[in-house]
Structure formats: C-alpha cells, structure tokens
Design a protein around this ligand. Structure first.
Ligand code: FES
Length: 175
C-alpha cells in the first residue's frame, strides 16, 4: 500500500498544499513509480489518499500523458510529434523508431523493454526532434543516435536494470 510504504513522501507532498485534493498529481507520480502504471487499484488508492472520488482521479490520470493507464516497457519512449518537432522530421523519426523496434503506436516490444508512443509538445522545441525516456529528455535526435541509445539501454537492462540517460534530464516529474 502506498500509504504505508511512502508515508514520509506522501506527508511531504500534502504539506505543500492547502488541502489533500490538490496533491493528486504528486500522488499519481508516486503510484506510477511504485506500480509502473496507473492501475485501477492505484486509482482507488490515490482517491483514498486525496479524499477524492476514483472517477475524478481517473479523469486526471487519463488527461495527462505522463501518466499511463496500461503497463509500459522498461523504457517508455514518448516521442514529441508536435509542430516544432514535426518541422524537423519527428513524424518520420517516430515511424522509423516504431519500425526499428517492431511495434505499433503505444505498443511494447516482445522483450518488454520498449514502449513507443507519440505525445504533444514537451517544451524542448529548440532541441527538436526529441523524446522523453522515463521522463528524461533525449534531444536533437536522429535514428543513428537512437540506435546507439537503444543498444546502450538493452545492455543496461541486461546487467544493472533500467535507467534513463542521466546527461539529458528534464529535472524530474514529481515536483
Ligand atoms: S514541439 Fe516538440 S518539444 Fe515542442
């Protein structure tokens, strides 16, 4: 249960807001970190924590692309295909990436390592095309760079487990 396992973090988040309901997004981040996705059980837990109705929590989780309502691969690749990135080849990059990994939009590779989906602007337009991998930015992309990263992540997953590239971070998500 989140309430027991993350009691200190939850209390710290609640302390930032005038009422518990306002902390629903940080609670969703904690739930996603724990479970890897926002499951129906996670929705109910967050609703209990924040004194909200589960339908309210679900509507928030469904609105924002940083929350996933289905299980994801170890590396969750969210490719920006909004205007600035599209003007610099993001649509082609997105298509090539899916082909390279053998997945459809929103799909996960058979080994469970990579999920690919497109998202709207992530506010790194001057470094387009870009994606975020587990909430960390990877910028100025092309397929050669991407193939190198995929090989690196595959190697890491085979040894020490998953991580996102530390050199290009967007500062974390929980706030
Ligand atoms: S359009 Fe891609 S980061 Fe803004």
């Amino acid at each position: 249960m989140l309430a027991e396992k993350y009691a200190d973090r939850i209390a710290a988040q609640f302390a930032k807001y005038p009422d518990k309901r306002s902390a629903v997004m940080p609670m969703l981040y904690i739930a996603q970190e724990e479970y890897g996705w926002i499951s129906p059980e996670a929705i109910n837990e967050v609703a209990d924590l924040c004194d909200l109705d589960p339908t309210q929590v679900k509507s928030i989780a469904g609105f924002y692309t940083m929350y996933s309502e289905k299980p994801k691969g170890t590396y969750w690749l969210q490719v920006c295909t909004d205007l600035a990135c599209a003007l610099r080849g993001a649509d082609e990059f997105h298509t090539e990436l899916k082909e390279y990994l053998g997945v459809e939009e929103g799909g996960t590779t058979e080994d469970g390592l990579f999920t690919v989906e497109h998202v709207m602007c992530l506010a790194a337009c001057d470094r387009a095309p870009m994606l975020q991998c587990n909430f960390r930015f990877v910028e100025n992309l092309d397929m050669d760079k991407m193939k190198g990263l995929i090989a690196q992540w595959r190697a890491e997953a085979g040894t020490s487990g998953a991580s996102a590239p530390a050199s290009e971070a967007n500062g974390g998500a929980e706030g």
